[in-house]
Design a binder for this molecule. Structure first.
Ligand SMILES: Cc1cc2nc3c(=O)[nH]c(=O)nc-3n(C[C@H](O)[C@H](O)[C@H](O)COP(=O)(O)OP(=O)(O)OC[C@H]3O[C@@H](n4cnc5c(N)ncnc54)[C@H](O)[C@@H]3O)c2cc1C
Ligand code: FES
Length: 485
């Protein structure tokens, strides 16, 4: 099994777009962010249409661990230090309201999505001072939580924070209910955006004319204006689906560097972690490391599935929700959820629906993308820049020594072939799939991900299968396929 939520939920299918159309609001992307935005707009009497490249919830939403929580790692101390107490409180309040809104909506509409109230624990097995600081910051932000020192915890733990009134659910069962009555087009890949005319073009060449456009496609594929490529990268995580484990009532997150995250669902345990920046998994073996870690908790578990997925990481740990760019009227964005897209989608959909329906101006909000003025973009470029420079310069400077015939069966890598640098995957029968290693997005050099048999970009996280077909945005083009031999 590679997708627990998909395996436990039958979502309906939708036709692809087969003609040019005009819509009031065009939403690009049918993950939780896009679907909730369409739902909120419908509640306000505004018609929106969702355009989804594949099937709804086939992106990160289909693979999330689905904790509905405001315990977003060590965040509140950081926000107080880097923004202000007032902004940190704003972040906490929005997330608190988002949790309550899930509960109210699910109760009101009687949605059967295994929504369960629970506590959320952050813990460390190394030390506790960072958790103590985080606890004090969370209290200042008005969050209900309790600090637990090692005397109150099982032996291996040094400290923990327990956040009450959190929740977990099955996100696809939730989506199955709220999509009723929404206008959705699947297998409709948006390839071009014209901001002046508010026009989108699909990969089949159909035109969509809209009064307003919402980018809810995870990593926006438009580079300028907005400059999201300078202020966001993607991070991959790996997840095991296990049976025969203890049923956990609550949800857990390790705040040490591997970020192990786990929760139960029905008879299953989802156990995730081993995060890395997309494009930086040369060594591989992430599932093996996860198995070893899980065995330290429960040596009798039975593995029934595994998968990996990725999310957008903003430069300052806060999502970008609001106007896509100050220079683009009527174009909105929800992105940069930092692996906390359940509450972020809920609060983000409220913000965008209010902006569209009653002209809410969120410029002063902590979530506003324009908190990044030119100075901010330059600062973020300094942080993200080295990755791009490294990724770009490798393309020109680094010619590999490895030859095609030296590559073992079942392996991939960058090799010299016909005097040129190429990417190759050699399958178990010796067939070679040869592609360019230049990312079609902005030209960085791709690297081989041995755990997923994919070509991944370290700059902004685009991914391609070994045939060069695009798996993850922001690239809208496939990789150049050179040869099969
Ligand atoms: C391992 C892991 C665990 C997580 N666990 C949690 C958790 O416990 N709690 C939590 O709050 N968050 C969690 N998250 C984060 C959360 O799952 C995501 O932030 C959220 O699902 C993102 O939703 P989305 O709608 O923005 O993106 P997606 O679900 O990725 O949806 C975007 C959609 O846009 C489509 N699309 C892309 N480009 C185009 C295009 N050009 N044209 C048309 N369509 C396009 C894609 O096909 C996709 O379906 C986790 C993330 C990871 C990686
Ligand atoms: S994803 Fe931007 S250069 Fe590859």
């Amino acid at each position: 099994m590679d997708a627990l939520w998909k395996n436990t939920t039958d979502l309906p299918s939708y036709e692809s777009l087969k003609n040019n159309i005009n819509v009031d609001v065009a939403i690009i992307g049918g993950g939780l962010a896009g679907i909730l935005t369409a739902y909120k707009l419908k509640e306000k009497g505004i018609n929106a249409a969702i355009f989804e490249a594949k099937e709804i919830c086939s992106g990160t939403t289909g693979y999330t661990t689905a904790k509905i929580s405001l315990a977003h790692g060590l965040i509140y101390n950081y926000l107080i230090d880097n923004f202000s107490l007032e902004k940190a409180k704003e972040y906490a309040d929005y997330n608190k309201r988002a949790i309550k809104e899930f509960e109210d909506l699910i109760n009101k509409e009687n949605i059967n999505c295994e929504f369960k109230k629970c506590s959320s624990f952050l813990y460390s097995t190394l030390y506790d001072y960072h958790l103590k600081e985080e606890y004090e910051a969370a209290i200042k932000c008005g969050i209900d939580c309790e600090f637990l020192d090692e005397r109150k915890l099982p032996k291996r733990f040094k400290g923990a924070i327990k956040y009450t009134n959190q929740a977990k659910f099955n996100p696809l069962k939730f989506v199955k209910h709220i999509i009723n009555g929404l206008k959705i087009y699947e297998n409709t890949f948006i390839k071009e955006f014209n901001g002046d005319n508010k026009e989108l073009t699909t990969d089949k060449g159909y035109k969509i004319k809209a009064d307003k456009i919402v980018f809810a496609c995870h990593y926006p594929f438009v580079n300028t204006p907005g400059y999201y490529f300078l202020r966001m990268h993607q991070e991959r995580s790996y997840v095991l689906i296990a049976e025969n484990t203890k049923k956990l009532k609550n949800v857990y997150l390790d705040v040490d560097d591997k970020s192990y995250s786990f929760r139960s669902y029905d008879k299953y345990l989802l156990f995730g972690g081993e995060n890395h920046r997309t494009g930086e998994n040369k060594e591989g073996d992430k599932y093996k490391l996860l198995r070893e870690k899980l065995r330290t908790f429960d040596k009798d578990y039975k593995e029934v599935g595994q998968y990996s997925t990725q999310d957008c990481i903003s430069i300052d740990k806060v999502p970008y929700i609001g106007l896509f760019s100050d220079s683009l009227k009527d174009v909105y964005v929800l992105t940069g959820f930092n692996k906390w897209g359940m509450t972020s989608s809920m609060l983000g959909s409220n913000i965008i629906a209010d902006m569209i329906s009653n002209g809410l101006d969120n410029k002063n909000s902590i979530f506003s993308p324009s908190r990044f003025d030119t100075k901010g973009i330059v600062k973020s470029a300094i942080k993200e820049g080295p990755y791009s420079i490294k990724g770009l310069s490798k393309e020109f400077l680094d010619i590999p020594n490895t030859e095609l015939d030296k590559l073992p069966l079942g392996h991939g890598g960058v090799v010299k072939y016909n005097g040129k640098k190429v990417g190759v995957y050699k399958d178990e029968s010796g067939k070679c799939f040869i592609v360019s290693t230049k990312c079609p997005h902005l030209g960085c050099e791709l690297s081989w991900n041995p755990d997923e048999k994919s070509w991944d970009c370290p700059c902004h996280g685009s991914r391609f299968d070994y045939m060069g077909n695009i798996i993850n945005d922001p690239s809208v083009e496939n990789l150049e396929f050179i040869e099969k031999k």
